[in-house]
Design a protein around this ligand. Structure first.
Ligand SMILES: [Zn+2]
Ligand SMILES: [Zn+2]
Length: 355
């Protein structure tokens, strides 16, 4: 198995971001990323996908799109489309049709910032997902750093602190989003993939003669990442490697890692029975017994959840096992102290122990 670190949900100068793709590739290489997925608003850029950077640090650039109906009031329903390899904006007015088109094109769709609060103090509107009756989307953006900013900023002091020292802000996905995800899987009885998104714009604020970069791309690229697990290391042949990344994302073979406090590389959550090994995103029958194995890259506090409820917690441990014969959706959350707070560090995709 091979693990690749991706930053997902990035805006460029083609919509409301403040860098072009070449600049982003350089910053991604500096941050040590394996790949980035750009998603500009209602525009898909053809011909940029590929390996970029120098031999020392190659970066895979994948171009997706963030779609929404511009006429919608109140606003919301932002959908990330990845891997469809075509312009989808003409379908943005009808969300179900849009999802169907993405599926038909072999792409993936993720509900962006499913829960979001407004930041009334700065006249910042909320852009949550409002139409839950839609079907057949791939997954949701579990952790969105821009939504987190809106939900944890309550006054001018916290706004200034979070804007100037973003490392002091992030504590994890919005709790309501975690609950929503658990409930969605339970009510629909199907796999729903979670990814981490940064929603990076690198906002440029002019204060007198100074221009301040708020939430620089480099900060985002070092923080919330989607770690994607493929069966084999990349071949270097771009179309093959891209296919492997999309296939792993589609199956939920990935986890969300907040890599700023400490690298989450090497985290594993697996299930074992007589048929072999299963990883995050897989479905396996618990009949006859399953042994879960959890491996953390360093000692931390972590817990195993079943159908959204904590069933076991470990402290100051790196490795744990858990035996079960019970059906349910099992996932792992890990926490780490950083800058005076215990912060969300790892959020796995589930193993679906279903008959
Ligand atoms: Zn959005
Ligand atoms: Zn966005």
């Amino acid at each position: 198995m091979h693990e690749s670190k991706f930053s997902i949900h990035i805006h460029t100068k083609y919509s409301d971001g403040n860098a072009n793709h070449q600049e982003l590739i350089k910053i991604a290489a500096q941050a040590g990323l394996d790949g980035i997925i750009t998603t500009d608003h209602n525009i898909w850029l053809h011909g940029l996908d590929g390996y970029h950077g120098d031999d020392k640090h190659k970066v895979m650039l994948l171009v997706g799109e963030e779609l929404h109906d511009r006429a919608l009031n109140p606003p919301g329903n932002h959908l990330l489309a990845i891997g469809a390899q075509k312009e989808l904006a003409p379908y943005a007015q009808d969300t179900q049709q849009l999802i169907d088109q993405i599926n038909r094109a072999g792409g993936l769709s993720f509900i962006a910032h499913p829960i979001e609060d407004e930041l009334a103090m700065f006249h910042e509107k909320a852009y949550p997902w409002r139409i839950w009756e839609v079907k057949n989307f791939t997954g949701i953006e579990l952790w969105n750093q821009l939504s987190e900013f809106k939900s944890v900023t309550h006054d001018l002091l916290s706004a200034v602190t979070h804007a100037l020292f973003p490392a002091r802000m992030s504590v994890g996905p919005i709790e309501r989003t975690l609950t929503l995800w658990d409930d969605l899987i339970a009510s629909r009885n199907r796999q729903i993939v979670a990814i981490g998104g940064v929603d990076a714009h690198q906002i440029m604020k002019k204060i007198g003669p100074l221009t301040i970069k708020l939430y620089p791309y480099l900060h985002h690229f070092k923080s919330v990442r989607t770690h994607i697990i493929t069966p084999n290391p990349p071949t270097g042949i771009f179309p093959d490697d891209r296919k492997a990344i999309y296939s792993a994302l589609k199956q939920g073979h990935c986890y969300v890692g907040y890599d700023l406090p400490a690298a989450t590389d090497g985290f594993r959550f697996t299930a074992h029975n007589d048929d072999g090994q299963f990883i995050m995103g897989d479905r396996v029958s618990p009949k006859g017994g399953l042994t879960f194995q959890i491996r953390l890259p360093q000692k931390s506090l972590y817990r195993l959840l079943k159908d959204g409820k904590i069933i076991k917690e470990w402290e100051n441990r790196e490795v744990a096992t858990y035996l079960t014969k019970e059906t349910g959706v099992y996932r792992v959350e890990a926490f780490i102290p950083f800058k005076g707070k215990l912060r969300g560090w790892i959020f796995s995709n589930p193993i679906y122990a279903w008959d």
